[in-house]
Design a protein around this ligand. Structure first.
Ligand SMILES: [Zn+2]
Length: 117
């Protein structure tokens, strides 16, 4: 399952930040998920809930924002919204839209607490 490995990556990123920045607990985690990242929000939340207990993310509130997909046409250079991959260019009709945004999952922000207790 795609979302389970993503949840694992998110946890690793946060744990590395915890070591680097010396915080003990995350209160709030903000994620940005690209519209083209093939991530289902419900599945991601479920996968995160499974890996969070006992880690720095235990009990953290998770906010997920969706980043709209965007693309650029390789034929005419038109740039526009790209809600799904494989769409034709709305300007010239070529199937040459290459995604430029909304492909990945990112940790945007962490609200942390230094108190381990
Ligand atoms: Zn085009």
């Amino acid at each position: 399952m795609h979302e389970a490995s993503l949840a694992g990556s998110v946890l690793r990123i946060v744990e590395q930040a915890a070591v680097r920045e010396g915080f003990a607990r995350v209160v709030r985690l903000r994620l940005a998920v690209g519209e083209l990242a093939s991530v289902e929000e419900a599945a991601l939340r479920f996968a995160l809930a499974a890996v969070m207990p006992g880690t720095v993310l235990d009990g953290a509130q998770v906010d997920i924002e969706i980043v709209p997909g965007r693309g650029r046409c390789g034929c005419c250079g038109h740039e526009g919204a790209l809600p799904v991959l494989g769409l034709a260019c709305s300007q010239c009709g070529a199937y040459a839209m290459r995604p430029t945004a909304g492909l990945d999952l990112r940790v945007v922000d962490l609200q942390v607490c230094d108190d381990a207790g």
